[in-house]
Design a protein around this ligand. Structure first.
Ligand code: ARG
Ligand code: ZN
Length: 506
């Protein structure tokens, strides 16, 4: 496990010095990025990477053969086939009947979209399943499949700027037919003994529903999940209805009415118990804890309201209508910040992880990435939020000691193995450097522009891009605008060069 290997490498001295400041040392001494369990750091080839602050954000690159065909990808530099062009999904309504014994689902996906061009044909992303029918605006459509691409030809071409509705009836075992790498990493929908776990980052949503699978196309969702009693279903948003059916099944209707990136959509099924609380500002917290392990895992979840209350003072209002965690009785090597319903395995539940995933609700969820290359905007920010929480709960000195220790430890990484965090590449998306050096980058910005400008930058960023997408260039422009300083050199050194810059003087 990542935090253990790191932990083992820390000197006794470092532990002692940290323990002097930590009221709750166990929560913190496996510092930063406890959200992953891959070995760290990931060695990168010893090449000089020539990367510069990009001039512009990527534009859709895939040019289809016919101008009335929607593109099969959105031009993401890491995942060119993720997402599709030619339309903008408004709402997904997913009615899913889950057979826990057969590990099988029967689904009807109803997708409301708006065309952004004349569409004789368009694609959705979906791996596996038998598709029984596809209709567009009530008329049968023809379709073809090629790996994760589903191409749909409606009976009549859709003019630009028109709303249209796609209904797809499909069934099968989620993930069957998907490339093996995806499910090895538990990316997507996973049946396990007594439950279902869904963790989609970055691309796993297409293992369970037809989707425009890129954060650039955010949409609202309704999940209508039917499962045999006594299973309990949690999902993003609010539980609008729970229907007891006559055949011994129950249908849970969950609604996420704020725009959401597809990778953050989630369903969780198990023998959960629901636990409710509320923040000072009145945000309802509803968490779902596996009944068998509730006693072991509940304690750190009771601090969710307090953590949100604090983040509202530094980042601005909590961006959604509710929040909570779902804790599976599963040995998961990571946690995921699913919008309003953070997913966790039982052995990964501690305050630091909860703090990190809650910070993602502002940075990563409300503000979505423009491209996966911008992952620093998610992970660096959520990791730095842990330092802010230490500063709030244990004081500035403890936070400084924590930063110093992390920086000293990080310095030991050989330069050639240093991942370029402004362009880590798809294999290093969740590399420790993106988290840790990502957090240092924000600390360096804070020391450069001063506290007042720094927190103004964070709040303005959270406000200006809420329910929207941002790229690294947008953040840099905003930081320069608010601070009135030229910051290219700072971001160039921290984000786009291998050598670890010195921390600016206090
Ligand atoms: N975004 C998650 C976090 O930092 C990490 C997700 C890792 N993804 C994965 N497929 N293992 O909290
Ligand atoms: Zn994270």
């Amino acid at each position: 496990m990542r935090q253990i290997s790191r932990f083992a490498s820390l000197t006794v001295l470092a532990l002692l010095s940290l323990a002097c400041f930590c009221v709750a040392p166990c929560a913190y001494i496996g510092p930063v990025a406890p959200f992953l369990s891959t070995p760290m750091p990931t060695p990168a080839p010893a090449v000089v990477v020539e990367t510069r602050i990009p001039d512009d954000t990527p534009t859709p690159a895939d040019t289809p053969e016919d101008s009335s065909y929607g593109a099969s990808g959105l031009g993401d530099s890491y995942y060119p086939l993720m997402g599709n062009g030619g339309y903008d999904v408004q709402h997904y309504d997913l009615a899913i009947v889950v057979d826990m014994e057969r590990e099988h689902i029967d689904s009807v996906a109803t997708i409301d979209a708006l065309s952004t061009q004349n569409l004789a044909r368009f694609n959705l992303d979906l791996w596996g399943f038998d598709i029984e029918s596809v209709q567009v605006d009530g008329q049968d459509a023809t379709f073809e499949r090629d790996q994760g691409e589903l191409s749909i030809t409606p009976a009549d071409s859709i003019p630009e700027g028109e709303p249209f509705t796609i209904v797809i009836i499909y069934s099968g075992k989620p993930g069957e037919g998907a490339p093996p790498g995806l499910l090895d990493l538990l990316e997507g929908w996973n049946f396990y003994e007594g439950g279902v776990l869904v963790a989609g980052e970055p691309g796993g949503a297409d293992t369970w529903f037809p989707v425009n699978n890129h954060p650039l196309d955010k949409a609202t969702y309704t999940f209508r999940v039917t499962v045999a009693e006594p299973y309990v279903v949690a999902a993003n948003g609010v539980l609008e209805e729970e229907i007891a059916n006559t055949d011994g099944t129950r249908t849970y209707v969950w609604v996420m009415d704020d725009p959401m990136a597809s990778y953050l959509s989630t369903i969780a099924i198990s023998n959960f118990e629901r636990v409710d609380s509320t923040t000072k500002s009145g945000i309802p917290i509803r968490s779902y804890l596996d009944a068998d392990i509730r006693r072991e895992v509940e304690e750190p979840t009771t601090r969710i309201p307090e953590i949100i209350d604090y983040f509202e003072t530094v980042f601005g209002p909590y961006p959604f209508d509710e929040c909570g965690v779902v804790i599976h009785e599963l040995d998961l090597g990571f946690a995921l910040e699913n919008q309003t319903l953070i997913v966790m395995g039982y052995q990964f539940v501690n305050e630091d992880v909860i703090v990190h995933e809650l910070a993602h609700q502002w940075f990563g969820n409300s503000i979505s990435l423009k491209s996966w290359q911008d992952i620093w905007l998610n992970e660096g920010f959520a990791t730095y939020a842990s330092t802010l929480w230490i500063e709030h709960t244990q004081g500035a000195q403890a936070a400084q000691a924590y930063m110093d220790m992390s920086y000293e430890y990080f310095k030991e990484i050989p330069e050639h193995a240093m991942v370029i965090i402004g362009d880590p590449g798809p294999d290093n998306l969740f590399d420790w450097a993106v988290y840790e050096r990502g957090a240092f980058t924000l600390h360096a910005l804070r020391l450069t522009v001063g506290d007042e400008a720094f927190f103004q930058i964070l709040r303005t960023y959270a406000d200006r891009y809420h329910d929207d997408n941002a790229g690294i260039v947008d953040f840099i422009a905003l930081a320069e605008e608010i601070s009135g300083q030229e910051l290219d050199d700072l971001f160039q050194a921290w984000l786009y060069e291998q050598a670890l810059p010195p921390m600016p003087e206090q």
